[in-house]
Design a protein around this ligand. Structure first.
Ligand code: SF4
Length: 45
């Protein structure tokens, strides 16, 4: 899954989300890894 697609799914749920920002916090990276490894689904975030 592309980072931009993940950003739409993960970051738009985050209180710190600012449109257009491209930073990746550790929570983003951990969630990305868990999703890529199939340990959680986007619906479980
Ligand atoms: S990168 Fe992290 S802090 Fe920033 S919007 Fe995404 S989840 Fe929130």
């Amino acid at each position: 899954m592309e980072d931009e697609e993940l950003r739409q799914k993960i970051c738009t749920k985050c209180d710190f989300y600012k449109e257009g920002e491209k930073l990746q916090c550790n929570a983003f990276k951990v969630n990305k890894k868990l999703i890529e490894e199939g340990k959680i689904t986007l619906d479980e975030l």
